[in-house]
Design a protein around this ligand. Sequence first.
Ligand code: UT7
Length: 335
Amino acid sequence: MTAASGIARRAAVVCGVGAALPPHIVSNADLTARLETTDEWIRSRTGITQRHVAGADMSTTDLAVRAAAQALADGEPVTAEALVVATTTPDRCCPATAPAVATRLGLTGIPAYDLAAGCTGFLYALATAAGLIAAGTARTVLVIGADRLAALPDPEDRTTVPLFGDGAGAVVLRRGSADEAGALGPVVLGSDGTGADLIWAPRPGALHMDGGDVFRHAVDRMSAASLQAATVMGWELSDVNRLAPHQANSRITSFVARQLGIPDGRQLSNVGEVGNTGAASIPLLLADATADGRLKPGHRTLLTAFGAGLTWGAVALIWPDFPLTRLPEGVGHDR
Ligand code: UT7
């Protein structure tokens, strides 16, 4: 066996996707009733028309369990041997969310841990999960992004409340070969702590954000990371069939697509229906677009994210073929 074939056997391959949204929807009209804002302002500045918000009876752990259970049920039949939860809104400071999620899935005993990298958390989690597979620690890993970002803003702050929603998304990764559909390319990641004060929250209900600066950094970092992730795959940007960017604001993602020269029709979006769901954003988008056929097997797909930290990342893959049967209400909108 050559070193190259050894590496190829240990690529991380996407083989299932799932999502979960709280049933309660807060529309722009609901917000205009209690904040000095308008539906027109929110839609034109962000593209958001509604967001799902969890009640006190639905925790980050609950959302993570639902998304993960669906990813396991709907993808290739595999048992997870490790579990990573990306979240900046864990239910408790200590312990981590992941062991409880694993236990509720009937997976007590497997390695399970959280990581926090803001809205880029899901891509950081993909990278560490691919590392677990490459290291031989696990043959299959559940990668979950789960956040309750709607709880972060001051409820009276019209500049941040409209942006955020709650949810969770998950993918299953299995050991496979680098040349099969679903194999992740190298995950491009970065951070810049000099921007730590651009988005920060000392506690729920007290988010501070410099929206304009965050906007500019998000466009620049996601564009550069996307280009790098495509280049390491040997792709031209014109080869990309689908751009799946973190759903923070439709103007940010349109700027990214424009900078990359990717036509609008190749850009996946669901920010209008779910708002910014943090680490859940990309897997929720993948589940949504797979369910309604915008994302199809064989599509050359580029994922990219940006978030608090500052953090950013991107990864490319050819979208795989796996069964998807039981998406929850609100995921897989008719378009
Ligand atoms: O995952 C990363 C997390 N964060 C983000 O991605 C956020 C990135 N930034 C953004 O999405 C945008 O900067 C915002 C949507 C937050 C703001 O859009 P903007 O075009 O940058 O608006 P702005 O902050 O420049 O505000 C323009 C005006 C201001 O009024 P003045 O000072 O010009 O009189 C705001 O007070 O809009 C006002 N404004 C609002 N008006 C009505 C801010 N929020 C609202 C609101 N309704 N909800």
